[in-house]
Design a binder for this molecule. Structure first.
Ligand code: ADP
Ligand code: ZN
Length: 804
């Protein structure tokens, strides 16, 4: 049989796309990058056409059933970007496409079968289908017929359609904007006093714990969060409701917190530095890139917004990537202030339907600027002029599942393919980007703060010798930091305190036998929480009671080691009783827009001291913050990962950059036990460039990225022995491959991952080092030979951001 054929990638972990025949009626709509509905094993799925004019397959090809869109969902450049991503990261093309298109565009559609007026009536199942259909009034979906007849009828329907006994009509998947709701547990407005509580909760301490946890979360929290994150059972919640102490409510989710919020207007004029930076960006040729290396508060945002404004004037569109929408409301407001309705904000609060709608508006050119996290790199801007990656050093740009892409690197490839200008912005550039300066990136500097601010003075306090405040117990609280906080409060200014560890204490230890309670599913010690009291695993949310006595030796008293944000908050409340405190960490940001609420309160100056984990270090611009205190700078310095110094430098330099953005200036106090460490010394001196130079030298020997390419093959499974055995096989396979093809490849391992078990899965890894071309070949082989859905599982992580 003659006919034209197309290759269609399906959102499944398949190594190769399937081939389908293009019916004449659809010939003009089946194009590369187009969505099509195709039959697959008795179902109909949405796939993407990846190639046309392909040879006829050896088995009979089935017909493409429908083409839901007027024009291809993916532009040619976007399709090529995704193909690059699949190849580079060793991911199936279908899964790479799945990551690039919003979920709402993949929903399976319904094929409606209608009995045709006159058709040849076949025998067998076909006849049964026709009889069933006629009983139901002559039409039904394939799914409904299958359920009614209790078997798969797709083949029969297909044959009926071919002989003209039925006609098929496709009803596209429902991508309407139906809002989703959350079930929340809420407290009534009037709360019992402490005295009343004693009576109310006398015999029911768990109820009291739940009640107080809710109170801490602002009086309301999703039932799901209370259950999975905080470990409260539904029976407990019901008990509270039955006593009239709380109620269950349905609240509409997917509310867009940015809608109706005024945008921030741009400044009257760019500074001379900003203008020079803008000119340098405009001087880039199409497809070229710049590293906008500007100190914290130097006004990078308005430089790239102005570059985008000019691109829009030239009829082009733009994408702005931010690390996390919830943590960067100010950036979003500035983008909105500049471009108004031309902006689509792609945030996690959108329902699938709303996201699909935003996507379509961009695809049709009704909106020309997309702002969003990682996946916005795939926003379907038809004619892309500028691609911005704000805070390009952030690890959140790396996707945690297949395809394990890094949005910054995908952005660079897409910009080249589209002929768009690439702008990577950071005060603390990644070593990867720094190493590209002079090659693929041109460095553009902003050395001064914009507006009124000055870089704050940073003092390092040596916790080994510095005098501590009496009564601070386990809290590392030096007199220097204490005086600085006291001064800020006395002057009515604001302060931020960073402690990158949530919970109350890092772990519990028996002073007698030294035992530390561990998670039974993960190789990590359990973290102590106080609101509510429990031991909790930060990897799998496993919870155990906070027992008074040691489970091993029975010793009656347990010691808490290492402090967390909850304990710091409690200490500050004691030490500065008049101060208005707010805490921002994973435990207080359960509801979708909790970040927004907390940051809003800081902005309105309803908060004197903001306590938080690394969440508070990201791009915030509060002019009244005059003090930043880093309570313990060493939390990440000794993680067994080659990036631990880089991460520490970035965290400290970024959080320090939150101080002194207003006319009052600012100071930063960093407490550490290693004041001589180069990450801390350079952060204190605001000297990113020296840090980069020193760190780059350290990555040469032993070689680590960016001096060499790295692929981490992670082998995981439930059987410890099998995982170790497969890991050894993988290492042997890689070494053999290197020998056979004479590749300059270094194979490290197999070895257990530093986190040897997560959620009951044992983890081993094999690290491969080599240049890009060598690793490219290895990844290609690995993708076809190793990766798959079997157990133990082998995951390919190219350019990993963490080796833990
Ligand atoms: P960065 O992203 O480089 O840390 P921002 O873009 O947040 O810096 O800018 C820092 C502050 O300087 C913001 O409050 C911003 O409004 C202000 N600012 C930026 N450019 C100008 C300018 N040309 N004139 C006055 N203020 C400016
Ligand atoms: Zn766990």
């Amino acid at each position: 049989m003659t006919g034209r054929f197309a290759q269609v990638a399906l959102p499944l972990p398949l190594a190769t796309p399937y081939t389908y025949q293009i019916p004449d009626t659809l010939a003009d709509r089946v194009a590369a990058g187009a969505r099509v509905v195709v039959p697959v094993r008795g179902r109909e799925l949405i796939g993407i056409v990846t190639a046309l004019e392909v040879p006829a397959p050896t088995v009979t090809a089935r017909d493409i059933l429908a083409t839901p869109d007027d024009e291809p969902a993916l532009t040619p450049a976007l399709l090529r970007t995704v193909e690059w991503m699949a190849g580079y990261y060793g991911a199936p093309l279908g899964l790479a496409l799945k990551a690039a298109l919003p979920a709402g565009l993949w929903g399976s559609s319904e094929v409606i079968v209608e009995v045709a007026a006159a058709g040849r009536v076949p025998g067998g199942t076909g006849a049964e289908v026709l009889r069933w259909l006629e009983r139901k009034g002559g039409s039904a979906s394939v799914g409904a017929i299958g359920r009614g007849m209790k078997r798969s009828v797709w083949d029969a329907v297909d044959r009926l359609a071919r002989v003209g006994a039925v006609t098929l009509r496709i009803e596209p998947p429902d991508t309407g904007g139906g809002a989703v709701s959350d079930r929340v547990l809420a407290l009534p407005a009037d709360r019992p006093t402490l005295l009343e509580r004693k009576a109310l909760f006398g015999g029911t301490p768990r109820q009291r714990a739940l009640y107080e946890a809710l109170e801490q979360l602002g009086g309301t929290a999703p039932v799901e969060h209370l259950r999975t994150q905080l470990g409260f059972g539904t029976a407990l919640m019901r008990a509270l409701v039955a006593r009239g102490l709380a109620r269950i409510e349905e609240v509409e989710r997917a509310r867009d917190p940015f809608a109706g919020e005024p945008g921030t207007p741009p400044p009257d004029a760019l500074s001379a530095d900003q203008q020079a930076a803008l000119a340098a960006i405009e001087a880039l040729g199409p497809g070229e890139g710049a590293l906008l290396f500007g100190i914290t508060g130097s006004g990078k945002t308005f430089v790239y917004l102005e570059a985008i404004r000019r691109a829009l004037e030239g009829g082009k569109g733009a994408i702005i990537l931010v690390p996390e929408i919830g943590l960067t409301p100010q950036t979003v407001r500035r983008v909105r202030g500049m471009f108004g309705d031309d902006v689509a904000v792609l945030h996690s609060g959108l329902s699938d339907g709303e996201r699909a709608d935003a996507w379509r508006a961009l695809r049709r050119g009704e909106k020309r600027v997309a702002v969003g996290a990682r996946s916005a790199v795939f926003a379907p801007i038809p004619s892309l002029g500028v691609m911005v990656v704000d805070e390009e050093h952030e690890a959140t740009y790396k996707n945690g599942e297949t395809p394990r892409y890094h949005a910054r690197d995908v952005a660079a490839v897409r910009a080249r393919l589209e002929g768009a200008r690439l702008v990577l912005g950071s005060a603390t550039p990644s070593l990867e980007s720094w190493a590209q300066v002079g090659e693929r990136l041109r460095v553009v500097r902003l050395p001064e703060r914009a507006g009124a601010g000055r870089l704050p003075a940073v003092s390092l306090v040596d916790l080994r010798t510095a005098p501590k405040v009496r009564g601070s117990g386990a809290i590392p609280w030096s007199e220097a930091l204490d005086a600085a906080v006291g001064g800020v409060l006395a002057r009515g200014e604001q302060g931020m305190l960073l402690l990158n560890r949530r919970g109350f204490a890092s772990f519990l230890q028996c002073p007698e036998c030294g035992d530390v309670p561990q998670c039974p599913h993960c190789s990590i010690s359990l973290t102590v929480h106080q609101a509510p009291p429990a031991l909790r695993c930060h990897y799998c949310a496993h919870e155990a009671p906070l027992a008074a006595a040691c489970a091993k030796c029975g010793h009656a008293v347990q010691q808490m080691r290492g402090i967390g944000t909850q304990q710091l908050e409690r200490w500050l409340a004691e030490r500065f009783p008049a101060a208005r405190l707010a805490r921002m960490d994973l435990d207080t940001t359960s509801t979708r827009w909790a970040h927004h609420r907390i940051l809003g309160a800081v902005e309105r100056r309803e908060v004197d001291l903001l306590i938080g984990t690394q969440m508070i270090a990201k791009g915030l611009d509060f002019p009244n913050v005059t003090l930043v205190g880093v309570v313990d700078a060493d939390t990440a310095l000794h993680l067994p990962d080659f990036r631990s110094a880089e991460r520490t430098f970035q965290l400290i330099a970024q959080v320090a950059g939150r101080a002194g953005r207003g006319p009052e200036g600012g100071t930063v106090v960093v407490q550490t036990r290693q004041p001589e460490h180069h990450a801390l010394r350079r952060a204190a001196a605001h000297d990113a460039e020296r840090f980069l130079t020193e760190e780059l030298a350290q990555r040469r020997s032993p070689a680590y990225p960016p001096a060499i390419g790295l692929v981490n093959l992670v082998i995981s499974g439930r059987e410890e022995v099998a995982v170790g055995r497969v890991a050894a096989e993988v290492a042997e396979w890689a070494a053999g491959l290197g020998q056979k093809h004479d590749l300059a490849l270094t194979v490290l391992g197999p070895a257990p991952c530093p986190l040897a078990r997560i959620q009951g899965r044992w983890r081993w890894h094999v690290a491969l080092k080599g240049d890009g071309a060598v690793l490219g070949r290895v990844v290609r082989y690995a993708a076809t030979r190793l990766a798959g859905s079997g157990e133990p599982r082998v995951t390919i992580d190219r350019d990993p951001v963490s080796l833990l």
